[in-house]
Design a protein around this ligand. Structure first.
Ligand SMILES: Cc1ncc(C[n+]2csc(CCOP(=O)(O)OP(=O)(O)O)c2C)c(N)n1
Length: 121
């Protein structure tokens, strides 16, 4: 799944198969645009696991800019506190991180799963 617009689909599989946990995979930019989805998940008490691919930029937008204008702007982002963002939307959230420092992925002790909303407000 890619794109903030697609994040809205997070609720659909849960509605069809209510006993299964929803896992959303998206970029950091798309996650930053998903506040309403987080709030809806909390409202309906839906546990959601977000796997956020954090490259600190809107890469797709950057590529379009380069393709059309041969330069880029306003596409780099400071990494926010993803779990704090989810908590601001009313979720109970915990963040784990996995990093890649070379061509070989290296995983930290915790799984790369971000945040889980499970407690109604
Ligand atoms: C609600 C919404 N607004 C704007 C867009 C346009 N859009 C498509 S990709 C993208 C940037 C995504 O950045 P990121 O999630 O960090 O992924 P990356 O391109 O870096 O892999 C944007 C703003 C969208 N898909 N959905």
């Amino acid at each position: 799944m890619a794109g903030a617009a697609a994040a809205g689909l997070a609720r659909l599989p849960r509605a069809v198969q209510p006993n299964r946990t929803v896992v959303v995979g998206c970029g950091d930019g798309c996650y930053a645009m998903s506040g309403f989805e987080l709030m809806r998940a909390v409202e309906h008490d839906l546990p959601v696991i977000w796997v956020i691919f954090n490259d600190a930029q809107l890469k797709l937008v950057k590529l379009y800019q380069l393709a059309n204008y041969a330069k880029t702007g306003l596409v780099e982002m400071a990494a926010p506190d993803f779990a704090a963002y989810a908590r601001a939307c009313g979720a109970t959230a915990t963040a784990w991180t996995a990093s890649r420092t070379s061509s070989t992925p290296t995983e930290s002790r915790s799984p790369p799963v971000v945040p889980r909303s499970s407690t109604p407000r």
